[in-house]
Structure formats: C-alpha cells, structure tokens
Design a protein around this ligand. Sequence first.
Ligand code: NAG
Ligand code: NAG
Ligand code: NAG
Ligand code: NAG
Ligand code: NAG
Ligand code: NAG
Ligand code: NAG
Ligand code: ZN
Length: 713
Amino acid sequence: MRFITVSLLTLSSSLVDACAKDYIHRKSLEPRELTLAKRAGEFPPVLTDHESVLLNSFDSNTISDWSYYYTHGLHVAGTNKTMAEWTAEKWTEFGVPATLASYHVYLNYPVSHSLSLTLPDGTVWNAELEEDVLPEDDTSSYPNRVPIFHGYSASGEATAEYVYVGRGQQVDFDRLVELGVELDGKIALAKYGGPFRGLKVKNAQDHGMVACVIFTDPGDDGNITEANGHAAYPHGPARHPSSVQRGSVQFLSTYPGDPTTPGYPSKEGSPRADKSPVTPKIPSIPISWPNADKILSTLDGHGSSGEQVNRTGWVGALNVSYSTGPAPGAEIAMSNVMEDVYRPIYDPIGIINGTKGDEVIVIGNHWDAWLIGGAGDPNSGSAVMVELAKAFGKLQETGWKPKRTIVMASWDGEEYGLLGSTEWVEEYVNWLKESTVAYLNIDVAVSGPRPDISATPSLHQIATETMKKVIFPYKGSNNMTLYDWWYAQSEGEVYVLGSGSDYTPFVHNGIASLDMGSSGGPNDPIYHYHSNYDSFHWMETYGDPGFGMHKAMGQYLALLAYHLATDDVIPFDVTNYGKQMAKYLEELKETIATSKVTVDLSRLEAAIGVFNKASAAAAELKAQAEKQGDMNLVNLVNAKFRDFERGFVSQGGLPDREYFKHLIFAPGLDTGYAPTTFPGITEAVEAGNHTLATEFVERTSNAIYVAAGILTP
Ligand SMILES: *[C@@H]1O[C@H](CO)[C@@H](O)[C@H](O)[C@H]1NC(C)=O
Ligand SMILES: *[C@@H]1O[C@H](CO)[C@@H](O)[C@H](O)[C@H]1NC(C)=O
Ligand SMILES: *[C@@H]1O[C@H](CO)[C@@H](O)[C@H](O)[C@H]1NC(C)=O
Ligand SMILES: *[C@@H]1O[C@H](CO)[C@@H](O)[C@H](O)[C@H]1NC(C)=O
Ligand SMILES: *[C@@H]1O[C@H](CO)[C@@H](O)[C@H](O)[C@H]1NC(C)=O
Ligand SMILES: *[C@@H]1O[C@H](CO)[C@@H](O)[C@H](O)[C@H]1NC(C)=O
Ligand SMILES: *[C@@H]1O[C@H](CO)[C@@H](O)[C@H](O)[C@H]1NC(C)=O
Ligand SMILES: [Zn+2]
C-alpha cells in the first residue's frame, strides 16, 4: 500500500487536457506540460565515476524481467517462500549477500463471501463479487488468483437496512448523527478515498453498525473515465468497471504490525495479545462501482440527499443522489467467512558491510501483494531493488566499499499492516537506534509518471539535489532531469510522512526516513490499486511502457543511498528541521484559532528557537568538518546527525497509541494515511481537551530540547 493522497494533491496542479483517443505511451505528457519544467543545473548532469557506474548499471529490460517474475505467482503474505528465496539469491548473486529473517504472524485468508440486496418489493439482486477475466491480461485468469476481500476482516453475517456514510471519516458520522440518521444496527456503505479503509470500518463499528461495504467511485478517477469517452482497460486507460480495491482493515493508526504481538517481535512461541484493539469485530467487503450504483440508487429519495448532507467528497460520479438512506425495507444480506492462521513470513535481508560499523543505512521495499500481479504495488519497487543490488555489485567490482553499512530489506506482510518491517524493527530496535543514519523506502516505485517524495526534514535537501543527477526518461522531454519534472509537478514540495508503508516503524523510533514513488495525475491512465488489473500487462501497456520510469526511480534511489552511505560527512540539512517546524507551528495556530480551546504555545516557540540555534551551530561544524577533513570532527558531526532525530520520539508515545512516538509528525488518528503535525497537541486541540493539549505542548517542547541538545556542539 502507500499513502496516496499525494496523487489527489496533484489532481489540482496538473494543467493538461486529456486526449480522448490514442492513449498509447503516456499520451498525457503533452509538450505544453513538459515546457513548464524549467531546467535547473547542467544538462547532461555532471557525474562522478562512482555515480556513472551506478547509473549505467540500470537497464530497463532487466528491470522488466524482474517485474515479470514478481507478477506471475501468488504472493499474498504467508503464501510464497520461494519468491523470498529468489530475491535473496538474486541479491547474493549480484554482490549483496542476503538471508531470510522470519516471523510467525497472525493472518487471515478469504474462504467465501456473498452480498445480496432485497428491495422493498421483495426482489432479490446478487452482487457480482469477482473481477472479470480479461483475455489480454494473463494473470487475471490464474486459477489461484486472489478473491476480493479485506485483510484482517471479521468473519460474520449481517442482514439489515443500510446507510451511505460517505468516506466514513469521523466527521461524516458526526454529520449523519446531526441529521438524525439511524446508524445502530444498520450496515454501512462507505466510499473509498480519504481515510485508511480500516478506519471506515472502525468508525462504523463504533457507531453500532453491523457490517461495512466499501466501494470505488469513478468520481475519484480524475478525467480519465468512460463517461469522458475513454475506453476502459484493457482497451484504454479508464478503470475497468469490475475492478475492486482489496486491502487491510486493520486499525492502522492505533498500531501496525502483527495485531497479536504489540511492541515485540512475533516468534513461534511468542505470547499472543488480544487483537481486538486493532482488528474489526464487524465483517466488511469491498465492491466495484457498478455494484455500488445499484445499491446506492435504492437509497434515492430516502433520508437526506447528498446535497443536503453538504459535505466535501460526499457526492461522487454515479448517477444517484448519494442519499443517506435507510430506505425502509431495502436490506443488504452479506456474509464474509475468513480463516485465521499463524504462518511464517519472510524478509530477505541483504548486507554490504561498511568500513564504519556504527553507522547504517537501511533501504526497504515490501514484496507481498494482494494479487498475483502487483506490478505497481509493490513489485515496481521490488524489481528496482534487484537492479539496485546489481548496481551495488558493479560498484563493488571497482573496489568501492561503503563507509556505512548498507542493509537492503524486502519486507513481507506489509499489506496486512506493515508486518515484516514492524516485527524486524521490534527485534533489532536497540541496534537500529544505536546505528541507523537513515531509512529509504520504495513501495509503489511506479504507478504513473509523476514522482513524489515524503521525508523527514533533514533529508529534504539531499533528496531534491540528487534528483538533478537523473534524466527523466520520457522521450519528448527536452532534456529534463527528474528534478525538473518533479519540480513542475510538486512545486518543490517534499511531503510530510504519515503512514501506509514500511517507513512507519523507523520514523517512530526516531530514524530519519524518506519515501519515494511515482503515480498518475488526473489525466494519466487509471492505476487499478489493489485490483487484479495492477498487473504486468497494465504496467507494460499503460503504467510505464518501456520501464523507463522504473529505471529513473532506481537510479535515483541508488544515488541517494550511495551518498548517504559514502559521503564522509552525512549529507543532512539539519537547519531545515526548524524551518519545517515553523510551518507546522503556523498550522497549529490556525487549528487552535478555529477550535474551542486556547493553548499557550510559548514553550513550544522557545524550544524551536533553541533548536534553530543548535542546528545552525551544527551546520557550521559540518562545514568545518568537510573543509578540514579532521576525522575526530567528522565522527563527532556524524554521531550528532545520526542521533538527533531520536530526540523527537517520546516514551509513552501518543495518547492510547504508544507505537506512534514521534511528536513532530504521525498519521492522523482518523486518517491513517495522511500525516498530522505536532500530533499530540493538534489532536488534543481537535478533541477540545485543553489539559491534554497543554501536556503535549510540554512533552513536544521537551522532545525538541532533547533533539537540540544532541545537535549542540
Ligand atoms: C479535466 O479536463 C478538463 C478539460 O478536458 C480540464 O479543464 C480540467 O482541468 C481537467 N481536470 C483536471 C483535474 O486536470
Ligand atoms: C511463487 O512465485 C513464483 C514467481 O512469481 C511463481 O512462479 C510460483 O508459482 C509461486 N509459488 C506459489 C506456491 O504460488
Ligand atoms: C454547505 O456548507 C457550506 C459551508 O460548510 C455553507 O456555506 C453552505 O451554505 C451549505 N449549503 C447548503 C445548501 O446548506
Ligand atoms: C440518470 O438517472 C436518471 C433516472 O434515475 C435518468 O433519467 C438519466 O437518464 C440518467 N442519466 C444518465 C447520464 O445516465
Ligand atoms: C559483515 O560483518 C559481520 C559482522 O562484523 C560479519 O559477521 C560478516 O561476515 C561480514 N560480512 C561480509 C560479507 O564480510
Ligand atoms: C539534449 O542533450 C543532448 C546531449 O545529451 C544535446 O546534444 C541536445 O542538443 C540536447 N537537446 C536539447 C533540446 O536541449
Ligand atoms: C483529556 O485527556 C485526559 C488525558 O487523556 C483525560 O484523562 C481526560 O478525561 C480528557 N478530558 C476530556 C474532557 O475529554
Ligand atoms: Zn505497497
């Protein structure tokens, strides 16, 4: 999975009209859009010998081969040890010796399900709970293809009237309560998008609802819809109507990882905790939009119409009034049968020893997918990682050794809830906190042509500068670097990390982290997220024909990892942390201004001031170390840069969610994916809890003082 609000953000920043026909080879990158990108720096980029060896090692043909391998076998968590072994063998063969780390985790698999609608006149209609087999797309017909289901969903049956609950966020439910819509005992029909899907189910459960059905709405597909004249996949770039989004319904913002082992690694004999704080008690299933259309249309004229509800994102593109219901006598009957299992999962872990044992860089991607395919999520990243091992192998042949140890990790079980990464971090947390300089995450490396980055502030500068060394692969691109193209898309914004991928356990142990990927904008081919059509065929036809974007993302990751592991002085811009915190402070002030509470922020402002002095002094020390090359000074600066981020994490974590310890950013309690900054304070203000907000001003300020103290020369 991956936090995908980023692509929703780009919805508003793209300036090109879609071309209705002839959609081959990313037709949407029009010359007008490409000329928007101003060139920064020299072209072609000037590279060192090592950089050239790395970049030249990337080959889109071999990347396509690795992608083909990963996308032609079942690899839901716990089902394919062979694939993990293959990864470890490939990395080892290329020069990154790898072995498997293994955890014994709770999972559940789909057994059977059904959904029918009974109309007030007694007519019964059965929903089609399968995605179509497409002759053009080989893996769509595999006999062991994965049914549509929700990971960690509850087994159960429900027969009841139903209510449309919009995106299913807390505010949507508040509005329904305000409108007097009866929720207790009803089934929730929620729309995908916005909060993490598990939180939709949680909110429904918390309101006494008995089951939850979640659908994909074509209104979230930007311009590339059949209604706008685009053919549907496989004949065109629009969504195939039968596509369904699978995914986990764990309560991700409470804690990720194996639900039965919070805070400690899952081993075969590990004690098992109650999983109900993070897994639903009510059953849920995902459905396609044609099914939702039928079910929603039955609510027309009942309850409040979408217009009366008057909430952002409530109304989508279906030809219905998005009324709340319930419609008296219209009932959904559904059943969801799951099988609980405890199974081993496998993380291939490859290591290149550095010359300095106490500094480490970790690079990770998950390999498990909800599908036979998974060409975008996550195996675009997995294919890039194999090519990265090859590039590191080539560089080692020249005699290069990294200063810092490089750990390459291929996480299993990410889709259920960041299992492989969380359990591994829990097992090695002491060593990681002593030694890790940075974690680099690549999940969906490519689901479209537009790169995006999220990172902790000290990494912003190296992350953006490194993009200037990679060539954007699109043919008509007028000699653009990845930076030029990214800048035109993002206006230079590096996003804040929330959750939804494997950087989460690293961030919340105070390790500088970065997440990279590229996705489609509103005029690019529709990415069938967590659907059978996230396949190799889709990728080679629409997502990344020629695999050039895969190559560019791999080159970018390689250079970033190389500099973080090899530069004498760790290339962090620590002064940016204060600049970013100043922005978060402004946002917090706005939140407070529109809330019912007043909170004194003077201590927080003072702490940021102290941090700014410390980071400016540390930056000066860095410049000195770079100039003089004095090893004692270099080591001192590096230790400070490696460690200061740990200061931002607090024992005890956020209220009722101890896993989330970083006090500067965390996934929102009711968003799951999207970040909240100064989360302890912001969420207490939103809850109107003055005491708690004040307590978290204190704790957050203290954390900033600790970080500043570590940086102070
Ligand atoms: C969709 O296309 C229309 C015209 O074809 C354009 O005006 C609009 O900006 C596009 N929407 C987005 C989000 O790009
Ligand atoms: C595991 O994945 C590989 C590669 O895609 C595939 O060939 C193999 O059939 C899969 N194994 C199982 C048990 O599905
Ligand atoms: C919808 O809500 C907005 C503000 O949230 C308000 O300005 C507007 O009047 C409302 N519209 C209706 C029809 O109630
Ligand atoms: C929308 O539905 C109404 C009836 O519910 C129908 O009259 C109208 O033709 C439909 N519009 C479209 C674009 O399908
Ligand atoms: C890397 O270092 C570890 C610990 O010092 C050692 O056990 C291992 O054999 C080394 N690996 C290689 C490939 O040199
Ligand atoms: C693109 O770069 C090449 C050198 O790599 C150069 O020969 C060519 O003139 C450049 N084209 C443009 C349009 O700048
Ligand atoms: C505010 O938060 C504190 C600490 O979590 C809690 O004990 C208290 O009940 C909360 N107050 C209100 C009014 O919710
Ligand atoms: Zn993923």
